[in-house]
Design a protein around this ligand. Sequence first.
Ligand code: SF4
Ligand code: SF4
Length: 434
Amino acid sequence: MAPHYLKDLDYSIVQQCIHCGMCLPTCPTYDETLLERNSPRGRIAWMRAIADGEMSVDEAFGKEMYYCLGCLACVSACPAGVDYPRLFEMARAQIEHDGVLDRPERRFWRWLAVETLFMRPRLLRLTGTLLRLWQMLHLDRLVRKTRILHILYPRLAELEPMTPRISRRFSDQQIGEIEKPANDDPNYLVGFLTGCVQDLAFSDINRDTVDVLLANGCAVHTPRNQGCCGSLHMHNGVPDRAAALARRMIDAFDLDRLDAIISNAGGCGSHLRHLSPLLKDDPEYAARAAAWDGKLKDIHEWLDATGIADPPPLPAFLRATYHPSCHLHHGQKVQLQPENLLRRIPNLELVPLTEATWCCGSAGIYNITQPEQAGKLQERKVGHIRDTGADLVLTANPGCHLQLQTGLQKTGTPTPVMHPISLLAKAYRRDVAL
Ligand code: SF4
Ligand code: SF4
């Protein structure tokens, strides 16, 4: 099956933009440069010129489309309903297909991450295990102290502090394949997605999510053979790999039996609830992908719709602020539900965050590929968080979680970062520790 790229895209999508400019003030890259070409409208015009054959896909276009965060703030602002996510994904796919940014170093890192590690769950798990050992032996601190990486590979030295702390136990070591509520009389049977970065670095959030589902009448099926969701591949120009991972993911879940499939990561959920466009030409998977899309729910969305048991009061009064992940807020349109749930927790005050829906700079792997712009957005976000004086920051995506954590650490701010569902789980458990 031939993969689809920008040049093959349905022209009705390419010509949706009415040039009104309402997206411009919401775009972080336009805000940075005030240049039309760094805005959603400018990028769409460039894509249209390529589709019309007036311009070619070249290095400048490649760089522009990788300067875009893919944060989708423009989608929320657009009155014409422009399908920017599809344009963005197909533009990057065209760039990779045409190889206009191809360099040996870039090729190596893409091969390692996109083609190898995130295609092979066992290899990714093995890498996580080795990294955990490395961190437990404090070799990471030794490397930082001796500054050896600065000599051997300065770029890696810059990236090293962003390495997440690997969990002591992965999800399948603390979540049973089938778990049922204490009364053994569930109202729903749901599937649960453990993710890959979430599984390696935040498996405790996965445990908390299952606990909250159990506390609210759900039996939870967590298949063992889940792989990466493919959002990394889709957002980085490799739709055929994303399609292969989508098929694997669909095969892992018993769609007919499940009432819903639950995601707790904004970025993964945003990709996973739109598998049907990716598999629409696959006769074996098209119908199953459509059924999958209908059942994929974000955890906040699911709990808000089905209702939750009243959480007991937190042991001590807490002030928290909420940073919505872009892909949860703009991509999945799960906007009110996280705060609806949090307001149900007695003894918790939610403090508004200035520019809450402005990207924190994580944006998938943007903080690795565009560290300068990502750093500016991180600083801006951390400044707003500090201004709230909150005891805790809540966010529901592993990339944002890490970006906020490292940003707060850089400024010596001791405010912890937590997933909203972990706070709910703590309330149910009457857990005092943050
Ligand atoms: S996705 Fe974000 S960075 Fe890209 S054009 Fe839209 S608002 Fe701007
Ligand atoms: S808001 Fe939508 S229609 Fe208006 S310029 Fe931006 S993308 Fe085009």
